[in-house]
Design a protein around this ligand. Structure first.
Ligand code: SF4
Length: 311
Protein backbone atom coordinates (compact mmCIF):
# COMPACT_ATOMS: atom_id res chain seq x y z
CA UNK A 1 0.00 0.00 0.00
CA UNK A 2 1.12 3.50 -0.75
CA UNK A 3 -0.54 5.60 1.94
CA UNK A 4 -0.85 9.26 1.01
CA UNK A 5 -2.05 12.21 2.97
CA UNK A 6 -5.63 13.34 2.37
CA UNK A 7 -4.68 16.49 0.47
CA UNK A 8 -2.65 14.64 -2.19
CA UNK A 9 -5.34 14.25 -4.86
CA UNK A 10 -3.12 15.29 -7.78
CA UNK A 11 -0.26 13.11 -6.55
CA UNK A 12 -2.57 10.13 -6.16
CA UNK A 13 -3.78 10.56 -9.74
CA UNK A 14 -0.18 10.57 -11.01
CA UNK A 15 0.72 7.54 -8.90
CA UNK A 16 -2.37 5.64 -10.06
CA UNK A 17 -1.54 6.41 -13.70
CA UNK A 18 2.04 5.14 -13.16
CA UNK A 19 0.72 1.99 -11.47
CA UNK A 20 -1.67 1.36 -14.39
CA UNK A 21 1.31 1.58 -16.78
CA UNK A 22 3.35 -0.79 -14.60
CA UNK A 23 0.43 -3.22 -14.41
CA UNK A 24 -0.04 -3.12 -18.22
CA UNK A 25 3.71 -3.80 -18.68
CA UNK A 26 3.52 -6.79 -16.32
CA UNK A 27 5.73 -5.30 -13.59
CA UNK A 28 2.91 -5.32 -11.04
CA UNK A 29 0.10 -7.83 -10.63
CA UNK A 30 -0.67 -11.48 -10.00
CA UNK A 31 2.06 -12.86 -12.25
CA UNK A 32 4.99 -10.42 -12.48
CA UNK A 33 6.75 -10.85 -15.85
CA UNK A 34 5.45 -14.44 -16.08
CA UNK A 35 7.42 -15.46 -12.98
CA UNK A 36 4.43 -16.80 -11.10
CA UNK A 37 5.22 -14.29 -8.34
CA UNK A 38 2.41 -11.93 -7.45
CA UNK A 39 2.80 -8.42 -6.06
CA UNK A 40 0.17 -5.74 -6.25
CA UNK A 41 0.30 -2.11 -5.19
CA UNK A 42 -2.58 0.16 -4.22
CA UNK A 43 -2.66 3.83 -3.31
CA UNK A 44 -4.69 4.78 -0.26
CA UNK A 45 -5.49 8.33 0.73
CA UNK A 46 -6.01 9.36 4.37
CA UNK A 47 -8.57 11.91 5.49
CA UNK A 48 -6.13 14.71 6.33
CA UNK A 49 -5.02 13.94 9.89
CA UNK A 50 -1.37 14.77 10.62
CA UNK A 51 -1.16 11.91 13.13
CA UNK A 52 -1.73 9.39 10.32
CA UNK A 53 1.93 9.96 9.39
CA UNK A 54 2.73 7.99 12.57
CA UNK A 55 3.12 4.38 11.47
CA UNK A 56 0.59 2.71 13.76
CA UNK A 57 -2.04 5.44 13.26
CA UNK A 58 -1.40 5.02 9.53
CA UNK A 59 -2.14 1.30 9.83
CA UNK A 60 -5.37 1.99 11.74
CA UNK A 61 -6.41 4.47 9.06
CA UNK A 62 -5.49 2.01 6.31
CA UNK A 63 -7.77 -0.53 7.96
CA UNK A 64 -10.61 2.01 7.74
CA UNK A 65 -10.56 2.97 11.41
CA UNK A 66 -9.97 6.26 13.18
CA UNK A 67 -6.26 7.17 13.01
CA UNK A 68 -5.35 6.47 16.64
CA UNK A 69 -1.71 5.49 17.31
CA UNK A 70 -1.48 1.97 18.77
CA UNK A 71 0.15 0.90 22.00
CA UNK A 72 3.38 -1.04 21.36
CA UNK A 73 4.29 -3.89 21.65
CA UNK A 74 3.27 -5.54 19.48
CA UNK A 75 5.20 -3.61 16.86
CA UNK A 76 3.99 -3.48 13.23
CA UNK A 77 6.72 -5.93 12.17
CA UNK A 78 4.87 -8.52 14.30
CA UNK A 79 1.25 -7.34 14.11
CA UNK A 80 0.75 -4.66 11.49
CA UNK A 81 -1.81 -4.09 8.75
CA UNK A 82 -4.85 -6.38 9.07
CA UNK A 83 -3.04 -8.35 11.81
CA UNK A 84 -0.15 -9.36 9.53
CA UNK A 85 3.58 -8.63 9.93
CA UNK A 86 4.13 -5.30 8.17
CA UNK A 87 7.08 -3.16 7.15
CA UNK A 88 6.31 0.55 7.11
CA UNK A 89 8.75 2.68 5.15
CA UNK A 90 8.74 6.19 3.82
CA UNK A 91 8.39 6.14 0.03
CA UNK A 92 11.45 8.40 -0.20
CA UNK A 93 13.45 5.56 1.39
CA UNK A 94 12.04 2.95 -1.00
CA UNK A 95 12.69 5.16 -4.03
CA UNK A 96 16.44 4.75 -3.34
CA UNK A 97 16.27 0.95 -3.71
CA UNK A 98 16.16 0.64 -7.55
CA UNK A 99 19.15 3.00 -7.87
CA UNK A 100 21.15 1.04 -5.29
CA UNK A 101 20.33 -2.28 -7.03
CA UNK A 102 21.19 -0.89 -10.49
CA UNK A 103 24.36 1.01 -9.55
CA UNK A 104 25.55 -0.85 -6.45
CA UNK A 105 25.97 -0.03 -2.79
CA UNK A 106 29.45 1.45 -3.31
CA UNK A 107 28.01 4.07 -5.67
CA UNK A 108 25.36 5.02 -3.15
CA UNK A 109 27.77 5.11 -0.23
CA UNK A 110 30.06 7.45 -2.14
CA UNK A 111 27.39 10.17 -1.90
CA UNK A 112 27.49 12.17 1.34
CA UNK A 113 29.21 11.34 4.64
CA UNK A 114 30.23 7.79 5.57
CA UNK A 115 27.66 7.30 8.31
CA UNK A 116 24.73 8.98 6.51
CA UNK A 117 25.24 8.23 2.82
CA UNK A 118 22.89 9.07 -0.02
CA UNK A 119 20.69 11.98 -0.91
CA UNK A 120 17.81 13.66 0.89
CA UNK A 121 14.79 15.56 -0.32
CA UNK A 122 14.96 18.93 1.37
CA UNK A 123 12.04 21.33 1.33
CA UNK A 124 13.31 24.87 1.85
CA UNK A 125 10.60 27.29 2.93
CA UNK A 126 10.14 30.50 4.87
CA UNK A 127 12.04 33.75 4.33
CA UNK A 128 14.32 32.72 1.46
CA UNK A 129 14.50 33.99 -2.10
CA UNK A 130 14.26 30.54 -3.71
CA UNK A 131 11.95 28.28 -1.68
CA UNK A 132 11.50 24.82 -3.17
CA UNK A 133 12.04 21.10 -2.99
CA UNK A 134 15.66 20.07 -3.63
CA UNK A 135 17.36 16.67 -3.71
CA UNK A 136 20.73 17.21 -1.99
CA UNK A 137 23.62 15.01 -0.90
CA UNK A 138 23.46 14.19 2.78
CA UNK A 139 25.91 16.34 4.71
CA UNK A 140 25.17 19.54 2.81
CA UNK A 141 26.01 22.49 5.10
CA UNK A 142 22.92 24.39 6.24
CA UNK A 143 24.67 27.64 5.28
CA UNK A 144 24.79 26.43 1.67
CA UNK A 145 21.13 25.40 1.80
CA UNK A 146 20.04 28.82 3.08
CA UNK A 147 22.33 31.18 1.20
CA UNK A 148 23.15 29.37 -2.06
CA UNK A 149 20.39 26.87 -2.79
CA UNK A 150 17.69 28.91 -1.05
CA UNK A 151 19.05 32.15 -2.55
CA UNK A 152 19.62 33.94 0.77
CA UNK A 153 17.26 35.78 3.09
CA UNK A 154 14.30 37.52 1.50
CA UNK A 155 14.30 41.31 1.25
CA UNK A 156 17.97 41.69 2.22
CA UNK A 157 17.20 40.90 5.87
CA UNK A 158 19.33 38.75 8.16
CA UNK A 159 18.81 35.28 9.55
CA UNK A 160 17.23 34.84 12.98
CA UNK A 161 16.73 31.09 13.19
CA UNK A 162 15.85 27.88 11.40
CA UNK A 163 13.41 25.08 12.12
CA UNK A 164 15.50 22.28 10.62
CA UNK A 165 13.36 19.17 10.27
CA UNK A 166 9.71 20.15 10.27
CA UNK A 167 8.04 21.96 13.16
CA UNK A 168 8.45 19.02 15.54
CA UNK A 169 12.17 19.46 16.23
CA UNK A 170 14.11 22.00 18.30
CA UNK A 171 14.64 25.35 16.62
CA UNK A 172 18.20 26.52 15.82
CA UNK A 173 19.39 30.07 16.40
CA UNK A 174 21.45 31.89 13.75
CA UNK A 175 24.83 30.76 15.04
CA UNK A 176 23.74 27.09 15.29
CA UNK A 177 22.04 27.15 11.88
CA UNK A 178 25.08 28.59 10.14
CA UNK A 179 27.38 25.87 11.46
CA UNK A 180 24.89 22.97 11.11
CA UNK A 181 25.55 20.13 8.67
CA UNK A 182 22.46 18.46 7.28
CA UNK A 183 22.85 14.78 8.08
CA UNK A 184 21.55 12.52 10.86
CA UNK A 185 24.62 12.53 13.13
CA UNK A 186 25.54 16.20 12.74
CA UNK A 187 22.00 17.37 13.46
CA UNK A 188 21.86 15.14 16.55
CA UNK A 189 25.16 16.62 17.75
CA UNK A 190 23.72 20.10 17.51
CA UNK A 191 20.67 19.06 19.58
CA UNK A 192 18.07 18.87 16.83
CA UNK A 193 17.25 16.51 13.95
CA UNK A 194 16.80 16.25 10.20
CA UNK A 195 13.25 14.98 10.69
CA UNK A 196 11.26 15.25 7.48
CA UNK A 197 13.85 17.50 5.83
CA UNK A 198 11.46 20.45 5.87
CA UNK A 199 13.53 23.53 6.65
CA UNK A 200 11.76 26.72 7.70
CA UNK A 201 14.02 29.77 7.52
CA UNK A 202 13.12 32.81 9.67
CA UNK A 203 14.39 36.35 9.15
CA UNK A 204 15.35 38.84 11.88
CA UNK A 205 11.82 40.33 11.99
CA UNK A 206 10.13 37.03 12.80
CA UNK A 207 8.29 37.01 16.12
CA UNK A 208 9.23 33.80 17.92
CA UNK A 209 6.15 34.08 20.13
CA UNK A 210 4.03 34.11 16.98
CA UNK A 211 5.93 31.11 15.63
CA UNK A 212 5.52 29.09 18.80
CA UNK A 213 1.84 30.00 19.08
CA UNK A 214 1.22 28.82 15.49
CA UNK A 215 3.11 25.59 16.22
CA UNK A 216 1.23 24.99 19.49
CA UNK A 217 -2.13 25.66 17.85
CA UNK A 218 -1.32 23.10 15.16
CA UNK A 219 -0.33 20.33 17.58
CA UNK A 220 -3.28 21.02 19.87
CA UNK A 221 -5.57 20.67 16.85
CA UNK A 222 -3.82 17.51 15.63
CA UNK A 223 -3.48 15.67 18.98
CA UNK A 224 -5.70 12.60 18.79
CA UNK A 225 -6.56 13.03 22.47
CA UNK A 226 -5.85 9.50 23.71
CA UNK A 227 -3.13 10.51 26.21
CA UNK A 228 -3.72 13.06 28.97
CA UNK A 229 -0.21 14.66 28.84
CA UNK A 230 -0.63 15.31 25.11
CA UNK A 231 -4.30 16.26 25.05
CA UNK A 232 -4.06 18.62 28.05
CA UNK A 233 -0.43 19.70 27.58
CA UNK A 234 -0.95 20.86 23.99
CA UNK A 235 -4.00 22.84 25.10
CA UNK A 236 -2.17 24.45 28.03
CA UNK A 237 0.77 25.44 25.84
CA UNK A 238 -1.56 26.99 23.27
CA UNK A 239 -3.43 28.87 26.03
CA UNK A 240 -0.23 30.30 27.53
CA UNK A 241 1.12 31.28 24.13
CA UNK A 242 -2.20 32.94 23.22
CA UNK A 243 -1.99 35.03 26.40
CA UNK A 244 1.62 35.91 25.71
CA UNK A 245 0.86 36.91 22.14
CA UNK A 246 -1.99 39.11 23.41
CA UNK A 247 0.40 40.92 25.77
CA UNK A 248 -0.96 39.23 28.90
CA UNK A 249 1.97 36.89 29.53
CA UNK A 250 3.77 36.58 32.86
CA UNK A 251 7.42 35.77 33.46
CA UNK A 252 6.57 32.70 35.56
CA UNK A 253 4.81 31.22 32.53
CA UNK A 254 8.22 30.60 30.97
CA UNK A 255 9.01 28.08 33.72
CA UNK A 256 5.50 26.69 33.42
CA UNK A 257 6.06 26.07 29.70
CA UNK A 258 9.24 24.14 30.53
CA UNK A 259 7.47 22.20 33.27
CA UNK A 260 4.53 21.21 31.04
CA UNK A 261 6.97 20.12 28.32
CA UNK A 262 9.00 18.00 30.76
CA UNK A 263 5.82 16.19 31.77
CA UNK A 264 4.87 15.47 28.16
CA UNK A 265 8.14 14.01 26.81
CA UNK A 266 8.22 10.21 26.87
CA UNK A 267 4.89 9.89 28.68
CA UNK A 268 2.56 9.20 25.80
CA UNK A 269 1.64 6.51 23.26
CA UNK A 270 3.30 8.26 20.32
CA UNK A 271 5.77 11.10 19.89
CA UNK A 272 3.32 13.82 18.91
CA UNK A 273 3.54 15.13 22.49
CA UNK A 274 7.36 15.25 22.26
CA UNK A 275 6.98 17.00 18.92
CA UNK A 276 5.60 20.11 20.56
CA UNK A 277 7.34 19.76 23.94
CA UNK A 278 10.85 19.73 22.46
CA UNK A 279 10.32 22.84 20.28
CA UNK A 280 8.74 24.69 23.24
CA UNK A 281 11.83 24.14 25.38
CA UNK A 282 14.13 25.19 22.56
CA UNK A 283 12.22 28.41 21.81
CA UNK A 284 12.06 29.41 25.48
CA UNK A 285 15.74 28.65 26.06
CA UNK A 286 17.25 30.06 22.87
CA UNK A 287 15.03 33.13 22.48
CA UNK A 288 14.38 33.84 26.17
CA UNK A 289 15.29 37.54 25.79
CA UNK A 290 12.60 37.91 23.17
CA UNK A 291 10.00 36.15 25.32
CA UNK A 292 10.90 38.34 28.30
CA UNK A 293 10.74 41.51 26.18
CA UNK A 294 7.31 40.47 24.90
CA UNK A 295 6.08 39.96 28.47
CA UNK A 296 7.64 43.16 29.83
CA UNK A 297 6.34 45.37 27.01
CA UNK A 298 2.97 43.66 26.86
CA UNK A 299 3.31 43.54 23.08
CA UNK A 300 5.54 42.28 20.30
CA UNK A 301 8.86 44.14 20.06
CA UNK A 302 8.91 43.49 16.30
CA UNK A 303 5.43 44.64 15.34
CA UNK A 304 4.26 48.24 15.14
CA UNK A 305 1.10 48.84 17.20
CA UNK A 306 -1.82 50.84 15.75
CA UNK A 307 -1.04 53.64 18.30
CA UNK A 308 2.58 53.79 17.06
CA UNK A 309 1.35 53.83 13.47
CA UNK A 310 -1.02 56.73 14.23
CA UNK A 311 1.82 58.68 15.91
S1 SF4 B 1 0.72 11.42 22.09
FE1 SF4 B 1 -1.00 12.67 21.44
S2 SF4 B 1 -1.32 12.12 19.30
FE2 SF4 B 1 -0.03 10.49 20.21
S3 SF4 B 1 -1.48 8.96 20.86
FE3 SF4 B 1 -1.16 10.32 22.61
S4 SF4 B 1 -2.80 11.86 22.44
FE4 SF4 B 1 -2.65 10.80 20.48
Amino acid sequence: YIYMRGEFTVQQRSMDAALAEARAAGYVGKDVMGSGYGVDIWTHKGAGAYICGEESALLESLEGKRGYPRNRPPFPAIVGAFGCPTVVNNIETLSNVPHIINRGAAWYKAIGPEKSPGTKLVCVSGHVNKPGLYELPMGTPMKEIIYDIGGGILGGKTLKGVIPGGSSFPVLNKEEAERAIFDFDSMRTIGSAMGSGVIIVMDNDTCMIDMLLATARFYHHESCGQCTPCREGCGWIEKIMTEMEAGQGKLEQLELLNNISDNMVGNTICVLADSIAMPVKSYVTKFRDEFEAHIRLGRCPFKTTSAQQAA
